[in-house]
Design a binder for this molecule. Structure first.
Ligand code: NAD
Length: 479
């Protein structure tokens, strides 16, 4: 494995936690400890905010082209180090190497995209309706940001926030998930090599996120929180952010419907299902959670999907030919087991998988359940594992009502060959994103995000940088 920094990155210096504490990083394929990294406490986090606050003004005044070129250089470095970064990610998170390489490319693209956006931050000028007054619109960085990321995409969730923050001229403290700190620590090293000035990015790894984050949000110096993680934690952080009216972007959980109409191309639908379900072993906020398949094609779809799922190779992500790695940890696996048991007890048929293997690591097999009862727990819970739950429906209004019957609204997938229906259903689905005859929506050039309890704001696309900028209006009377 590559030599990774294991300390906190504060003000451009690698330092131990003030109390010397460390925390283990596990390999989910073996259950073994890979290494230990610094385990920050509240004092360390305050020092990181001090560093971010100290350089905010100077960083905001840096030429956009200079910020752009730092991102572009970091993009080049990440791409040139793809194989070692992928191996590191597989080691701490479990996904197969091919998927990890895909994530490295996806993560790097956020830097390339925002290197291009950094020099295109536009204000405005206008004559007000009275014909006399003029309006000057400036764009200003929001100020020091707190970025909190989950473990499922250890590199890309970081670059998706760091990229626009750097482009906008914000300084930041990044707090990665405790399960996967290594990718973020290497990213800090890469950005330093790319020329990022000291203090602009600070990285604080901790096993005590609640204790460390709350004082930062209540402290009045952090001006923006960008969070990706569960809806439950997101709500807590929204409450904490309210005290100082901290601006927030929230990328939260999902419960994606995957709808296959009777006029769908079934081959395309099964291909799409494999991606929407199995990308990242199902540990994705965009993962298809509820498969609604028209009654006339449900049996055929289920059989074909089960055949494809059964053919996947499960094993350590570093082994050649492996399609499905371990889940993140034993807790994640127990949750999946419990949801499958509940569905089976309520009458679901197991067409593939469904049995936990013995041996080390938190592996779970690709599983297909048909005839799932609508009152099963997995209908209202993010499965976060390789389990496809199939239900049937009879008509369009009914399936839309059922698909929208959830507090989440991140993404929905629709398979139909009718253009009319495709547009109608895309409009009526309560979701921030729709995959139309495709199982993949994520793209750095597109605005990613949800409605309802799936979040607030968008990441990526032309609007991604707006989350890190304020408007300033200057009134100018002309006599
Ligand atoms: P999580 O909410 O448990 O943790 C996310 C982050 O929040 C981690 O860094 C964690 O350390 C931190 N955290 C946990 N408790 C905290 C607290 N009390 N105060 C401050 N920070 C705290 O989520 P997870 O298990 O790491 O990730 C999976 C979740 O993330 C799923 O719900 C998934 O849908 C969601 N997710 C959403 C998106 C999206 O873009 N919408 C992308 C990826 C993952």
């Amino acid at each position: 494995m590559i030599d990774v920094p294991k300390q906190l990155f504060i003000g451009g210096t690698w330092v131990d936690a003030a109390d010397g504490a460390t925390m283990p990083v596990d390999n989910p394929a073996t259950g073994e400890v890979v290494c230990h990294v610094a385990d920050a406490g509240t004092k360390d986090a305050q020092l990181a905010v001090d560093a971010a606050v100290r350089v905010q003004e100077e960083w905001a005044a840096t030429a956009p082209r200079a910020r752009s070129e730092i991102l572009r250089r970091a993009y080049d470095i990440i791409v040139s180090r793809t194989d070692e970064l992928a191996l590191l990610m597989t080691t701490e998170m479990g996904k197969p190497l091919a998927e990890a390489r895909g994530e490295v490319a996806y993560a790097a693209e956020f830097f390339r995209w925002f290197s291009e956006e950094a020099v295109r931050i536009e204000g405005g000028f206008g004559t007000l309706p009275d014909g006399r007054n003029r309006m000057l619109l400036m764009r200003r960085p929001v100020g020091p940001c707190l970025l909190i990321t989950p473990w499922n995409f250890p590199l890309a969730m970081g670059t998706r926030k760091i990229g626009p923050a750097i482009a906008a001229g914000c300084t930041m403290v990044l707090k990665p998930a405790p399960q996967t700190p290594l990718s973020s620590l290497v990213l800090a090293e890469i950005l330093r090599e790319a020329g990022l000035p000291d203090g602009v990015l600070n990285v604080v790894t901790t096993s005590r996120p609640g204790e460390v984050v709350e004082p930062l949000l209540r402290g009045g110096r952090i001006r923006k929180l960008s969070f990706t993680g569960s809806t439950q934690v997101g709500k807590l952080l929204l409450e904490q952010s309210a005290e100082q009216v901290v601006r927030t972007s929230m990328e939260l959980g999902g419960n994606a419907p995957f709808i296959v109409f009777d006029d769908a191309d079934l081959e395309k639908a099964v291909d799409g299902a494999m991606v929407a379900k199995m990308r990242n072993m199902g540990e994705a906020c965009t993962a298809a959670n509820r498969f609604f398949v028209h009654r006339d094609v449900a049996e055929e779809f289920a059989v074909r999907l089960a055949a494809r799922m059964s053919a996947l190779n499960v094993g350590p992500g570093t082994e050649p030919g492996v399609d499905v790695g371990p889940l993140i940890d034993q807790n994640g696996r127990r949750k999946v087991e419990r949801l499958v048991e509940d569905a089976v007890q309520r009458g679901a048929r197991v067409l593939a998988g469904g049995r936990t293997p013995t041996g080390p690591g938190s592996f779970y097999p690709p599983t297909v359940l048909s005839r799932v009862s609508p009152d099963s727990d997995l209908m209202g819970t993010e499965i976060f594992g390789p389990v496809a739950a199939i239900l049937t429906f009879d008509d369009e209004d009914e399936v839309l009502r059922r698909a929208n019957d959830t507090e989440w609204g991140l993404v929905g997938y629709v398979f139909t060959e009718s253009l009319d229906r495709a547009l109608r259903v895309s409009e009526r689905l309560e979701a921030g994103m729709v995959g139309l005859n495709t199982g993949l929506v994520s793209n750095p050039a597109a605005p990613f995000g949800g409605v309802k309890q799936s979040g607030l704001g968008r990441e990526g696309g032309r609007v991604g940088i707006d989350e890190f900028l304020d408007y300033k209006y200057v009134a100018v009377p002309v006599t």
